[in-house]
Design a protein around this ligand. Structure first.
Ligand SMILES: [Ca+2]
Length: 116
């Protein structure tokens, strides 16, 4: 590992809270489920209101994130949550008239009614 990589890793670990680390895991999970949506939706704002939630308490979920948490958690008792994304594919979480799965396929945000 190069020195710059170590420095960047240390800085990143210092700056990000547990919330963001959890979000990054969930992003990886989302992209594993929907690899074609990586470029357009492999980011925090797919499930969160703010594009880059940094601190605990700054991670408000958008309508898609809320549906995911309420209806698609595999094991609610597990410390590290994983999701069955397909459970909310048929919903229209943001109420814009387009189903979540159709938004994901189109690369629009299923949690933002302005994106459809
Ligand atoms: Ca929608």
């Amino acid at each position: 590992m190069k020195k710059t990589t170590i420095a960047v890793s240390a800085l990143l670990a210092f700056c990000v809270g547990t919330t963001m680390l959890a979000t990054l895991d969930h992003q990886k999970e989302f992209v594993a489920k929907y690899p074609d949506a990586k470029a357009s939706l492999g980011k925090c704002s797919t499930c969160h209101v703010k594009p880059l939630p940094k601190k605990d308490g700054d991670h408000e979920l958008n309508p898609y994130g809320k549906d995911l948490l309420a209806k698609a958690v595999v094991d609610p008792k597990a410390e590290k949550k994983t999701f069955k994304f397909e459970k909310i594919e048929a919903l229209d979480s943001d109420g814009d008239g387009v189903k979540n799965i159709d938004e994901i396929k189109a690369g629009t945000n299923p949690g933002d009614p302005k994106s459809k």
